[in-house]
Design a protein around this ligand. Structure first.
Ligand SMILES: [Zn+2]
Length: 263
């Protein structure tokens, strides 16, 4: 897997690695939690899929710098679900660059902080640093995104948004989880509906598949798409042997294969 990152001037650990996926499609991976955002250059402007993990969007901005895209060229942010490692930078980008934000109504209470916890949980959540796996813990303690972010549009299944992306409603990991297909490159952005480990398609660990029957149906749905590239929320994209990997996991699930504990 080819990655591109410039060494930092002060010798600090690299915050973001850039992995090219397809023509005009890049993955930004944070080594601290292998959480991935994606950037797609379209005829109508630059579109991001997921913008964790910093609520300042510093990590996302660093990825953009590495591929020489100015932040004001980003026109839209497509969010797969509310977890902080996927969405923390959205409020900042909307406020500063007027990006259009898309997500599903099922996760709206968390995105808008209607579900935000109170008292000690909230206090603890706010004091958890935005580093590594702690980012997810922070969100789960607060039960909400770090800053409320409104959608410019609530997505529906099958809808085409930003001209080139089709919405797949894929609940299970969260109630409003969605995936997006970039039709021109046949790239599937599946968030946490599927995982990729060592160039193999996998399921997410069972404890994070909150609604297991829904997660199973969503994984099947993603696998049945004739995608050329699969871009999950963690570790990195699957760009080789995609059809074979899709078939393998599809056969397993269709034969009634059990959902493994560790995915
Ligand atoms: Zn998640």
């Amino acid at each position: 897997m080819k990655t591109r990152n410039k060494p930092t001037r002060n010798g600090a650990p690299v915050k973001v690695q850039v992995i090219p996926v397809a023509e005009g499609v890049w993955c930004f991976r944070r080594p601290s939690y292998v959480a991935c955002s994606y950037v797609v250059s379209t005829a109508a402007g630059v579109v991001a899929v997921d913008v964790g993990m910093d609520s300042s969007a510093d990590d996302f901005a660093e990825g953009l710098r590495q591929i020489a895209i100015a932040p004001d060229r980003v026109k839209a942010v497509l969010l797969t679900h509310w977890h902080n490692d996927h969405s923390a930078g959205a409020a900042h980008l909307k406020r500063n660059f007027d990006v259009r934000v898309y997500y599903h109504a099922g996760d709206q209470p968390s995105f808008t902080r209607k579900t935000a916890s109170q008292g000690i949980r909230s206090w603890l959540g706010k004091h958890v640093p935005e580093e590594g796996v702690l980012v997810l813990l922070r969100g789960l303690l607060e039960e909400a995104s770090p800053e409320a972010v409104d959608a410019d549009h609530l997505v529906a299944d099958g809808e085409i948004i930003e001209r080139e992306f089709r919405v797949l409603v894929t609940p299970g990991h969260t109630p409003g989880h969605v995936a997006y297909i970039h039709e021109p490159t046949r790239t599937l952005f599946c968030g946490d509906a599927l995982a990729v480990v060592a160039d193999q398609l996998r399921l997410m660990a069972r404890p994070v598949a909150l609604d297991l029957p829904a997660a199973r149906a969503s994984a099947l749905r993603c696998l049945r798409e004739q995608s050329q590239f699969i871009c999950p929320g963690h570790r990195g994209p699957l760009t080789n042997n995609v059809a074979r990997e899709r078939r393998r996991l599809l056969d397993y699930l269709e034969a009634g294969g059990r959902w493994p504990l560790l995915g």
